[in-house]
Design a protein around this ligand. Structure first.
Ligand code: NAD
Ligand code: IPM
Ligand code: MN
Length: 359
């Protein structure tokens, strides 16, 4: 197959982890005889520096001409004092909105060889296997008005029925491929948008009698994610709750550095990016864990290109490298050797090659 991938490395550790993901894609391309045509574009702070725009038009055009987008991360202290329109994060929000990428899938699964790095007891963390389905193009991030003055500030939390319907349906469809359990997370004891959210879930579940649906409030969900994370299958929630809960959930299984994500729309087009940010304090030091970016590339193969076997080869290679005891600094056990971003990536590539030689 021939596929065009728009590669947007972004800021901080973005370029380092994307380099790793691209190398892995190249190996997969060679081994499976696919051509991944990778074209690079600017986004975030880097794009502000070069084009005075966190999402330049050329980048949008490049993504429109591509089959999928692979993104690193945006942001950093250099741009933190910029006016809102010239913040790196605006570029990320704009690309999600432009391409209508309303469904953000963030899988969190315990890997036995990483349990040592979990802040939770092994018996609590070991059965975790959940999928957070975060609404990505609505809610507080996009509602108008949104502004501040010296005296007051306003953000607007607005959801339309249609916006809720499509993400809830998506979560039910995805739950069918798993354990058919959905926790719909809201704050319906306070927020009007959450009341509508609950109504829509109640209505939609009639068409999915096979799905076990539970409504949960976001505050106690945050607590249960720590006390009993193994109880969750699919979590569906609005944009900001999903942002917060997914960072919380990521550390249960070891590190934010291993959590991939897919931001997709109905026709299969998608943007794939790690859940983590640009980690400016470790940028350029070879300390970044590239697993999240590599696994995001695997999600791209699976969700946008239908390359399930190829995705599985990457995921298996990543797991094997962990099982063999090779870790970057964020996951290393005391006394064990730390691999750099590049060294760890080479291990994954060697492992993919080994899988082919032994088959
Ligand atoms: P962050 O995710 O960048 O970092 C949080 C912590 O996790 C830091 O200690 C960092 O060193 C560590 N970490 C993150 N990714 C890692 C990796 N791959 N390997 C090893 N350690 C890793 O969050 P933050 O520090 O709150 O934000 C930094 C910047 O990133 C901000 O400008 C923020 O807006 C931006 N951000 C961007 C995205 C994105 O582009 N999708 C996501 C989150 C934050
Ligand atoms: C994420 C990030 C972004 C978000 C920021 C950088 C805009 O935290 O992708 O999780 O809040 O969606
Ligand atoms: Mn986030």
């Amino acid at each position: 197959m021939e596929k065009r991938v728009a590669v947007l490395p972004g800021d901080g550790i973005g370029p380092e982890v994307i380099e790793s993901a691209v190398k892995v894609l190249e190996v997969i391309g060679r081994r499976f005889e696919h051509t991944f045509e990778m074209n690079y574009g600017a986004i975030g702070g880097t794009a502000i520096d070069t084009c005075n725009n966190p999402l330049p038009e050329e980048t949008v055009a490049l993504c429109e001409a591509s089959d999928a987008v692979l993104l690193g991360a945006v942001g950093g202290p250099k741009w933190d004092q910029n006016p809102s329109a010239l913040r790196p994060e605006k570029g990320l929000l704009a690309i999600r909105k432009h391409f209508d990428l309303f469904a953000n899938l963030r899988p969190v699964k315990a890997v036995p060889s990483l349990l040592h790095a979990s802040p939770l007891k092994e018996k609590v963390a070991k059965n975790v296997d959940m999928l957070i389905v975060r609404e990505l193009t609505g809610g507080l991030y996009f509602g108008e008005p949104s502004r501040h003055t010296e005296k007051s500030a306003v953000d607007t939390l607005v959801y339309t029925r249609e916006e809720i319907e499509r993400i809830v349906e998506k979560s039910f469809e995805l739950a069918r491929l798993r354990k058919s359990k959905v926790a719909s997370v809201d704050k319906a004891n306070v927020l009007e948008s959450s009341k509508l959210w609950r109504e829509v879930v109640e209505e939609k579940k009639k068409a999915y009698p096979d799905i076990e649906v539970e409504h949960m409030l976001v505050d106690s969900t945050a607590m249960k994610l720590i006390t009993n994370p193994g109880a969750f299958d699919v979590i569906v929630t609005e944009n900001m709750f999903g942002d917060i809960l997914s960072d919380e959930a990521s550390v249960i299984t070891g590190s934010l550095g291993v959590l991939p994500s897919a931001s997709i729309r109905a026709d299969g087009f998608g943007l794939y990016e790690p859940v983590h940010g640009s980690a400016p304090e470790i940028a350029g030091l070879g300390l970044a864990n590239p697993a999240a970016a590599i696994l995001s590339a695997a999600m791209m193969l699976r969700y946008s290109f239908g390359m399930n076997e190829e995705a599985a080869v990457i995921e298996e290679a990543v797991n094997t490298v962990f099982e063999d005891g090779f870790f970057t600094a964020d996951l290393v056990e005391p006394g064990k050797r730390v691999l750099s971003t590049k060294e760890w990536t080479e291990k994954v590539i060697d492992e993919i090659d080994t899988q082919f030689v032994s088959n």
